[in-house]
Write a protein that binds this ligand. Structure first.
Ligand code: NDP
Ligand code: OXD
Length: 313
């Protein structure tokens, strides 16, 4: 049977390596080459143009280049075919590293010691045991659950928040709307690993940050967001940093990306900012599994890692 062609519709980065690897196995069409092509059976996308996929009459599945699919779900002309997202050990490992790195960096007071170093100040700061600190992970999915394992091994206590409240070993799990405030009230360092959906948009606002635990001796609450920028309100984070609601923040994602040069978050002394790189999708790891899923679909098998459209992730 004719395999059909792959549409590679990518905005925001150069897809050359993806193109090379897909093209070694199947014919590939780049968006610019003309997308309204009945020979296209799969679309591999990152921030594709709205309504583009509606023009593909024989599309069998849409592959997200990332773990998040918010960039797909907002397309008003989304065809009714499976949307397959990235679940990949390499990406998961990178996210776990990012989370552990940022939690340890805040825990070991890296920002304060950097500030001291710049002034040649020799002064020790209070050292807290990791076991005194509760890290709360919003989103206990593929990434949140694995990040919890690394944090636990480093000695932290772990809380987690999800929709269904499924139990996770070594994690105190809180569920749904009713569990949110108790989760925040027992969390010192908040790690956000939620998907962006209508239910989670703007959830990390000033009111939410006020609910975090700020115990004497710990120096204040910390926010780490590696989920999506539109989960948070940048201005609320700045306000929380200014009035002591937050001590520090590590932000990998922002309401607007790239973060505008005018944003005060760039130069805030208690913000650590990275350009959406906590866990980058790597074509060398992801193209093989995507091709395997395409072959599985053609054999009549059900694809894995299919997005729940109603839930939006
Ligand atoms: P999953 O779909 O595996 O997990 C999502 C988790 O969020 C689940 O535990 C889910 O709950 C929970 N959740 C979703 N909506 C709600 C809600 N309304 N209330 C409470 N909990 C909710 O996603 P991943 O772990 O694979 O990825 C998470 C996100 O990380 C991605 O969507 C993406 O946006 C982001 N990401 C960022 C990267 C970066 O470089 N910065 C790289 C990769 C991903 P339940 O378990 O009940 O379903
Ligand atoms: C993703 C991302 O969703 O890189 O995978 O943001």
């Amino acid at each position: 049977m004719d395999q059909g062609r792959i549409l590679l519709a990518v905005n925001g980065f150069n897809p050359q390596r993806w193109h090379e690897l897909f093209a070694a196995e199947r014919q590939v069409v780049l968006e610019a080459d003309g997308a309204a092509d009945p020979s296209i059976t799969y679309a591999v996308v990152w921030r594709h143009k709205p309504n583009l996929l509606a023009r593909l009459p024989n599309l069998r599945a849409i592959f997200s280049i990332g773990a998040g699919v918010d960039h797909i779900m907002t397309d008003p002309g989304l065809p009714d075919v499976p949307i397959i997202r990235v679940v990949d050990p390499n990406l998961t490992q990178h996210m776990s590293e990012y989370v552990l790195w940022r939690v340890l960096d805040h825990h070991r007071q890296s920002m304060a010691y950097r500030a001291q170093q710049s002034k040649k100040v020799w002064r020790d700061l209070p050292q807290r045991p990791a076991g005194d600190i509760a890290v709360g992970i919003m989103g206990l999915g593929e990434l949140g659950r694995t990040a919890a394992v690394g944090l636990r091994a480093a000695g932290f206590r772990i809380n987690g928040w999800s929709r269904n409240g499924r139990q996770v070993d070594g994690v105190t799990v809180f569920a749904g709307d009713g569990g949110l405030i108790p989760f925040l009230n027992s969390t010192d360092i908040l790690v956000v690993l939620l998907p962006l959906t209508p239910a989670t948009t703007g959830i990390v606002d000033y009111r939410l940050l006020r609910e975090l635990r700020r115990r004497n001796g710990l120096g204040g609450a910390v926010l780490i967001n590696a989920g999506r920028g539109k989960l948070q309100k940048d201005d609320d984070i700045l306000r929380a940093l200014e009035d002591g609601t937050l001590k520090e923040a590590s932000l990998d994602v922002f309401e607007v990306e790239p973060l505008p040069k005018t944003s005060p978050l760039w130069s805030h002394p208690r913000v650590f900012a990275t350009p959406h790189v906590a866990a980058t999708s790597d074509a060398n790891h992801l193209v093989g599994p995507m091709l395997a899923q395409m072959s599985a679909i053609e054999r009549g098998e059900a694809p894995s890692n299919v997005v729940d459209r109603a839930a939006g992730y």
